[in-house]
Every structure is written in C-alpha cells, then in structure tokens.
Design a protein around this ligand. Structure first.
Ligand code: FAD
Length: 552
C-alpha cells in the first residue's frame, strides 16, 4: 500500500482513515480460523464517503495497484469473510443508524448492532426473525451479507426472505437501489448507460440463458448460504426481478450495501418448550420427524460436551447478568450441575419451542409432540414459562462463545461448522459422519450444537492449532465431511457462509458450470475484482493453508 492512497483517502473522505497498529490488529481477525492483516481501515461517515472510497480504489486498481475493499460490520464472521490484506471499510463507527421503523418494515444502515436494531423494532412490537445466535455482537451488515439465519429460521426462513431493498455502492463508485422490478421497470433499467444498466442487461441474459442449470442447482435443503443465490433473483410468482436477493448472502463480493429495507414480523406472544434429554442417538431421526409434525417455531440442540462446558463456565456466564437473574439461573442450573457431578449427562438435549397466540395453544402443541414420543426411551419436560426455558436458550446461544474461552490452549476451530443435510437422511447420514469423526477421536475433541429441525449442524473441533499436524486435519477432514454432506443432498453452509474456509469447496458442491456462472456474475458486477477478492470466486485451498492462525 502506498502512502499516497492513505493521503488521497484522508483528503477525499469525511470519515477516518487509519493504519494504526491497534486498528489493523483488531481488523485482522473475525471468529474464523484465519488472520489477515489489512493495510488501511476506513470508517465512512456516510454513503458519500463509501462512494469516494470505492472511486479512489477503482482509480488505483485501474492504474495497476494491487488494492481492494472488504466490508466489515460486527466482525463476528466464522468463515474469514471480513478479512483482507488490503483496505477494510468499517461500518459500525458511523453508519449505525436505524433510519425508520414502519408498520411492517425497517430501514437501516449496516453498522447497527442487531441488539440495537431490535430495541428499535420492538417499539412497534416487530422483529427480524432471522436474527443469528450472535445477536448481541453482530451487526446488520453481516446479517444481510451472510444471509444469516438462527433459532427461528425453521418457522420464518432466513434473511433473504426479509431483504426487500438495498442501496448499494457498485464497483466503479456509482450508486443504485436494488429492489423488485416489474418486467417494464427491468427493461427501463437495461437502457441505462451506466454500470447499473450493464449489470441489469448482463444478469438478465445470464439468468435467462442458464435458467435450467440454475434451477437444477437450487439448494434442496431448507437453508443455504453457499455460492451466489442466482436462483433467488427472479420471482416467478410476482414476475419480478430483484438483485437485492443476490447481494444478500454475497459477503460483500458484488457490492457494498449502505441502506437496507427489511420486512419485519410480529412475533407470536406465547411459547411452550418441550425439552428432550436423549441418551441414544440412534433414535434421533425418529424423534425429529415426530416433533416436526407439530410445527415448532424452533427446534434446536446441543450435546453432552456443550452441556458440561456450560456448567463449568456457569459462574462466568452469570457474571454478565444482573444479580437477581444470576441468582435465579444459578438455582435453575442445580440439576444440570448434579448431572455433571454424577456423570449422568444426556448425550444430547433437544429443545422444541412452540409459539402461538395463547399459552394454551402453545402448550397443546408441546403436549402433542411429547405424546408422540411417549413410547420412546427418553426423558422429556415441558417448560411453559420463558423464564423456565431461558437456561436452555442460554446454553444453546452461548454454545460457540463457550468454546472460545481459554480451554487449556485449545482453539475453537470452525471448518465443518455449518453444514446442512435433509433431516430425513439422519438415520443413514449420522452413523457415517460418526465413523469419519471417530477416526480423529484421539486428535481433537469437538462439540455439536445446531438447528436440528433444519438439519443444520454446528460441529466445532477444539484443537491445538499451533501444531502443524493439527492444522493439516482442517484440509484432510473438511473434504471427507463435505463429500458425505453433498452425497446426501446437503450444503456446506446453512448460514455462516463461504469466506476463506468454504469458497474452495464450491465446485464440489455446485459443479463446474454453476461455479462458472458465479465467476461470470462476479465479473459483471466487479470486473476489476475490487470487492473482497478470493471469497465466493477464486479462493483456494492454498489460501486456507497460508492464512490459518498458527498459535492458539
Ligand atoms: C457466537 C457466534 C454465534 C454465531 N451464530 C450464528 C448464527 O446463528 N447464524 C448465523 O448466520 N451466523 C452466526 N454467526 C456468524 C456471524 O455472527 C453472523 O453471520 C453475523 O450475521 C455476521 O455479522 P457481522 O456484522 O459480525 O458481519 P462481519 O463479520 O462484519 O461480516 C460478515 C460478511 O459480511 C460482509 N459485509 C459486512 N458488512 C457489509 C456491507 N455493508 N456490505 C457488503 N458486505 C458486508 C463482510 O465483508 C463479510 O464478508 C455466529 C458467530 C458467533 C461468533
């Protein structure tokens, strides 16, 4: 990076431009296995600053400089999405306003933390139901750019369903608003002699000429963040064309978004939770299919190791809460502490939560689900009060954070952290997965948590990453697990996205032709490869090897 780019950007922008050692170090990590130290951090004050930044980068790139821009919002990505050795554009310092909350939507900037966004939407009793488990630490920028999902995705779908409009800065520094266009509106856009017009012309042709391939490659599982969502652009029911649906989930590789209009929902008010304590995983597929009949709003799970860690770190978790809540939860957790002390920890805890307009309706569903399991060898419990179910939610939501605590020098290593398989394949898939993982039982321990109702598993190995032989496991085990997942019609990532860790698997998942279409799409939006290079298109296994963290 030349000094002149820093000077040019400092002059061109109202926001800050820094290359201080602390700022670069902070932006060199997310929550993935990787580190990349950027050369500059830019904190734009507004969209004009983002435009000025991209224009300068465009000029520098055209004149042969090796520069690019990578967006960062909360920086909680688990795939390496916001990491770069070039320029980071950081949205949380200034572009952090909720612009409007309407009757069924909100307009927001990317740098708003979800926790603050929800405070605003709740003033109208509305929420974005696709919020992720990282809701306290992540921001809207990544929720949209990763196409995040979470505990309510089973009932409400992922963020792609709620993104209506995106104001974006394109790769030449021009701006556009992507939203649903009728046929006539699309034809008007195609007449524009700008990059926006070019994108509409070329994308319409690409989508039309390859419609069969794209439809054939549409993910068959209920959630997916892998690849570029070409299958989402044309809505056949409404006969509209919406590029916002493609930018959603594209990890900042096609455009930078500066304002989003997101649809919101009114959550159902009453919840009852059926908690299932399972000691024999062989009956898991049958349990899942029986419980799903009652249409839970959430169906989540965590394993014995997560359970034990939660008890171990209970004092730490309680410290972050007020005294009254901590005291109540401390008492609530006594049975769990006893289970750990006596070795009676269940292999897996499943939480099926039913949400309805009245507590009677919610309870009725939980009871029906419980009855359907009555003759199976397991323990169940119904929690009718949100205070009673809270402890289960705390363990589930904290499952990854628990791993990131200092566990005797072991590093929580997400590389098979988010695959999805159709739940009806569990009985065949899970024993095969166990066999693969069993080969590594002396080399690392791992926890499993996830969205069991969606078939979405979060497996996080805990490893001493400072040892080269352990780092090798990442590239040895990853392909084995993903081959199996793909052979059962699954996807490599349901919500955490591709980033550095999964981009190299896209050809395996989607085939040569479809990944060729991803490359063409990238080239249509970003011909100079300015936005977040190496993610979605062009990333390699050598990138994984080179940029993996080398100490715990
Ligand atoms: C404890 C924990 C639990 C998690 N649970 C979940 C979960 O349940 N579901 C889930 O989906 N994820 C989960 N994640 C991963 C991550 O938190 C989410 O994907 C989150 O939505 C990322 O938001 P962020 O603002 O932190 O994104 P960042 O890390 O800042 O960025 C993520 C990606 O979005 C791009 N981006 C950011 N802002 C913009 C913008 N304005 N324009 C274009 N591109 C942009 C970045 O370049 C990057 O590629 C979890 C992570 C942790 C640490």
């Amino acid at each position: 990076m030349t000094n002149s780019l820093k000077d040019t950007l400092t002059q061109a922008l109202d926001g800050e431009v820094t290359d201080s050692t602390e700022a670069l170090a902070a932006a060199s990590r997310d929550t993935s296995l990787f580190t990349r130290t950027p050369s500059l951090i830019v904190s734009p004050k507004d969209t004009n600053d983002v435009v000025a930044l991209v224009k300068e980068i465009h000029v520098a790139k055209e004149s042969g400089e090796d520069v690019s821009v990578t967006a960062r919002s909360g920086g909680t990505d688990m795939s390496g999405g916001p990491l770069t050795t070039s320029v980071v554009v950081s949205f949380t310092p200034h572009m952090n306003h909720v612009v409007e909350v309407g009757d069924d939507y909100a307009i927001t900037e990317p740098g708003v933390y979800y926790r603050d966004f929800e405070k605003e939407t709740l003033t109208k009793k509305l929420i974005l139901p696709s919020y992720p488990a990282s809701r306290e630490i992540c921001a809207m920028g990544g929720i949209v750019a990763n196409n995040s999902g979470g505990e309510r995705t089973l009932a409400y779908g992922k963020t792609e369903r709620y993104v209506e409009e995106l104001d974006v800065v394109l790769s030449d520094g021009s701006t556009a608003t992507f939203k649903a266009l009728s046929k006539d509106e699309l034809e008007e856009k195609k007449k524009l002699e700008t990059l926006e017009g070019d994108i509409y012309r070329k994308m319409d042709t690409l989508l039309t000429e390859n419609s069969e391939e794209i439809e054939a490659r549409r993910p068959k599982v209920s959630k997916n963040s892998a690849g570029l969502a070409l299958w989402n652009v044309k809505d056949t029911a409404t006969e509209t064309f919406n590029l916002a649906k493609l930018v959603c989930g594209s990890q900042g590789t096609l455009a930078l978004w500066t304002r989003a209009k997101l649809a919101l929902v009114t959550p159902k008010e009453h919840r009852a939770m059926l908690v299932i304590f399972l000691s024999n995983l062989d009956i898991l597929p049958e349990i899942v299919s029986k419980v799903l009949v009652q249409k839970p709003e959430s169906f989540e799970s965590y394993d014995d190791k997560t359970f034990t860690l939660a008890v171990k770190f209970l004092p730490d978790m309680l410290k972050q809460m007020g005294f009254a809540k901590a005291a109540r939860l401390g008492i609530d957790f006594i049975p769990e502490a006893m289970m750990v002390a006596t070795g009676g920890v269940p292999k897996m805890v499943l939480m099926a939560e039913f949400a309805e307009a009245t507590i009677e309706e919610a309870d009725k569903k939980a009871l029906a689900a419980r009855e359907a399991l009555a003759d199976m060898p397991l323990q169940t419990k119904i929690e009718k009060d949100e205070k009673e179910s809270e402890k289960y939610w705390i363990v589930r939501r904290e499952s990854f954070s628990l791993l990131r605590k200092n566990l005797h020098g072991l590093f929580a290593s997400p590389f098979i952290d988010d695959f999805v398989v159709p739940p009806e394949t569990y009985s065949e898939f899970l024993p095969k997965l166990n066999n693969i993982l069993a080969e590594y039982k002396d080399r690392f321990i791992y926890t499993i948590a996830g969205h069991i109702g969606n078939g979405n598993f979060h497996i996080i190995p805990l490893m001493d990453i400072s040892k080269p032989e352990n780092r090798k496991i990442v590239l040895e085990l990853g392909p084995k697990v993903y081959d199996l997942v793909i052979s059962y019609g699954g996807t490599t990532t349901g919500e955490h996205n591709d980033g550095i860790i999964r981009t190299p698997y896209l050809t395996k998942l989607f085939g040569e032709k479809m990944t060729g279409l991803f490359a063409q799409t990238k080239n249509i939006f970003d011909p100079l490869n300015i936005f977040n290079p190496g993610k979605k298109v062009g990333g390699t296994f050598a990138d994984i090897e080179r940029d993996m963290i080398k100490k715990n």
